[in-house]
Design a protein around this ligand. Structure first.
Ligand code: PLP
Length: 410
């Protein structure tokens, strides 16, 4: 494979489930990536909120190496110290108290599949209904696709797993849809794939009250928002509520594939032997790496860093003063930059040209999800590269942008 031929190889050999790959990356360090031609990029996407402590962090490298050289996998007939350590750590960080339990899978979708089964176990025949949000994203497997409120994603794969109904993410819509035949409400606390869209103020507290009143589970999908990204370990904690279950993945493993369902209180007693499982889920290697990643986030105080750096990025974006930008959404280091025109794809492409990796969450939203480790240096570099990308697109659109410093300050 040469630097030129990789696109042909990808075209020929990889399933065409995504569009053309934008680059061939061969190495990463911190918030930087290098392509096959040795060009460096600033990574403000982190594999879509995955590389929480950046690329090739010494803690990550050490944990993978040490555990691979010790014990990688034994099957779920047996326990391992790293699995037990991670379960205890996740319970502590999520605040489940002693009643909590953890089920391990290998991805976000697997965590949500487990949550779906939890909802069915809770609901039984009396509660066939499951509520989820229009426009929320919970995964691509058949179960999680059924929970995903995006008709265009479901359409090629109909019929869906039955029972899921989609509602607007408002308290009024929830009140209207809720009854005693609902097994669970699935909540994406910030709709990442929909364009980094926050819930209305007070929604989670109201949802907790309404679901409890009707005996339905409140299940919060923290797959994109968890691991400290929003400036709390998990986004539900900003609301001061206790859900019945949360799902986590992405940033928990920092690049190692792992997902988990974390249950609280009575919901922890729903699964019983034989009801669920995964060969790889919770193996010694994955759990050791995730424990090390969470340990690093904790000891380096990266949750607080996410809150501070998120604010700094918002200010930096505002300071660019681009006529294209209509403000920022999101929390901490999960940021959606709203554009006034549907040109997010062009901004992302221009950013890459300038050496910056970001992503278009939708036509008019650029999503940032950088490593939680970023500091002043990375933010200054981001501001410079992003300003250049915006300017490239502004020129292309021939927007009415100031061309001289006098005009700019007028
Ligand atoms: N839930 C949310 C909120 C997500 O953002 C994602 C992935 O983007 C998933 C679920 C699915 O996770 P995975 O791609 O690891 O299966």
């Amino acid at each position: 494979m040469t630097a030129d031929s990789w696109k042909d190889d990808a075209q020929r050999d990889l399933v065409r489930n995504v569009g053309e790959r934008a680059a061939l990356f061969v190495r990463g360090e911190g918030a930087a990536l290098w392509d096959a031609e040795g060009r460096r990029y600033l990574d403000f996407l982190a594999g879509i909120a995955v590389n929480s402590i950046g690329h090739a962090h010494p803690t990550f490298v050490e944990a993978v190496s040490r555990q691979a050289a010790t014990l990688a996998h034994v099957s779920n007939f047996f326990a391992t110290p790293s699995q037990l350590e991670l379960a205890a750590r996740l319970k502590r960080l999520a605040g489940t108290g002693p009643d909590g339990r953890v089920y391990f899978g290998n991805s976000g979708a697997e965590a949500n599949e487990a949550a779906f089964k939890l909802a069915r176990l809770h609901g039984g025949a009396d509660r066939p209904r499951i509520l989820a949000f229009k426009d929320a994203f919970h995964g691509r497997t058949m179960g999680t696709l059924a929970l995903t409120g995006k008709p265009y994603m479901q359409e090629p794969f109909l019929p869906m797993v039955p029972g899921v109904e989609f509602i607007d993410s408002t308290v009024e819509a929830l009140e209207q849809a809720m009854d005693d035949r609902v097994a669970a409400l699935f909540v994406e606390p910030i709709k990442g794939e929909a364009g980094v869209v926050e819930l209305p103020e007070g929604f989670l507290r109201a949802a907790r009250e309404i679901t409890a009143r009707h005996g339905a589970l409140l299940i919060v999908d923290e797959i994109q928002t968890g691991a400290g990204r929003t400036g709390a370990w998990f986004a539900f904690q900003h609301a001061g509520i206790t859900p019945d279950a949360i799902t986590v993945a992405k940033g928990i493993g920092g690049g190692f594939p792992i997902g988990a369902l974390i249950t609280f209180g009575a919901a922890s007693e729903l699964f019983y032997p034989g009801t669920h499982g995964s060969t790889f889920g919770g193996n010694a290697l994955g759990t050791a790496v995730a424990s090390a990643v969470l340990g690093e986030i904790e000891s380096a105080d990266l949750v607080a860093n996410a809150a501070v750096r998120g604010q700094q990025i918002r200010e930096a974006v505002a300071a660019i003063g681009s006529p294209l930008v209509d403000g920022c959404r999101g929390q901490g280091l999960l940021i959606g930059i709203a554009l006034r025109h549907p040109v997010a794809g062009a901004v992302v492409a221009a950013a890459q040209e300038h050496g910056l990796i970001v992503n278009a969450a939708n036509d008019s939203t650029v999503r940032l999800a950088p490593p939680l480790t970023i500091g002043d240096v990375e933010i200054d570099e981001f501001a410079d590269l992003f300003a250049r990308a915006l300017s490239t697109v502004e020129q292309a659109l021939l927007l009415d942008v100031p061309t001289t410093p006098e005009e700019a300050s007028a």
